[in-house]
Design a protein around this ligand. Structure first.
Ligand SMILES: [Zn+2]
Length: 252
């Protein structure tokens, strides 16, 4: 099951224009609301309503999924694809929400998780973790960004920490800047690092952790590791550091 090209165009047309009141008020509550232009807000809500119309939400262990839960998850997921469009989410069809952690059976036994993304297009979250991620906007932690980064990574058919970045040259730049950032993270000194320790476990987790930091602490990433930031910026077609600096300049 997937949302093909034609269906995406139909949905884009259906959800064009000004955001309805219930979406506009949810956007205003987002930690990154001030960094969005009016055009970006319209695009974010358009993508979000497309997502809402095709993805089924369900709760686990008695969780009743309400509009707010659904919208908070969708808006954060769609922020990642503001520059990419809906296409990389075409296979996403289901989101499951648990209250706290949930258990997943894997080849290595049963593990306790805050979030998970299956290659078939089923994504699952702990609501408590989603809320914490949405609330603390600059701590570099956001489980929705993390799991949807895995979705983006897997869009080209392989979950390998290398999303579809473009032509050969773009792939070479990605390899040089992101792979070397990953190797540095693995060698990691003990001092506090921008990218969480979990990112050192594999290139796949590194990309997911780096996505969290790219959107939550963009200025720090741009200063700490300019080549990594540039590669992420090129892939996502967004410059959250510049957007955040503009807001901070206005406040100063
Ligand atoms: Zn992960």
């Amino acid at each position: 099951m997937s949302v093909n090209w034609l269906m995406q165009r139909i949905l884009e047309f259906r959800y064009r224009g000004e955001p309805p009141a219930e979406w506009a008020s949810e956007v205003r509550r987002l930690s990154f609301a001030d960094t969005l232009t009016d055009a970006e807000t319209r695009r974010l809500v358009q993508l979000s309503r497309m997502f809402e119309s095709v993805v089924r939400f369900d709760g686990r262990h008695g969780v009743e999924v309400d509009d707010r839960m659904r919208r908070v998850i969708i808006l954060h997921a769609c922020r990642l694809v503001l520059g990419l469009g809906y296409e990389p989410y075409r296979f996403v069809h289901r989101v499951t929400i648990a209250e706290n952690t949930f258990l997943l059976d894997t080849r290595d036994g049963t593990v306790r998780l805050h979030g998970a993304a299956e290659s078939g297009g089923h994504v699952a979250f702990s609501w408590r973790e989603v809320e914490a991620g949405a609330e603390w906007d600059d701590d570099g932690r956001n489980v929705v960004y993390h799991e949807f980064a895995h979705v983006l990574d897997g869009y080209d058919g392989v979950v390998d920490g290398r999303p579809e970045v473009g032509d050969e040259r773009a792939r070479a730049v990605w390899a040089e800047s992101v792979d070397s950032a990953y190797r540095r993270r693995r060698r990691g000194s003990r001092r506090r690092q921008l990218i969480d320790e979990y990112g050192a476990t594999s290139p796949v987790e590194f990309f997911a952790e780096a996505t969290e930091v790219f959107f939550e602490k963009p200025i720090e990433m741009a200063e700490h590791d300019p080549p990594l930031y540039a590669a992420m910026m090129h892939y996502f077609r967004q410059d959250p550091a510049a957007d955040l600096r503009a807001v901070l300049d206005e406040l100063a």
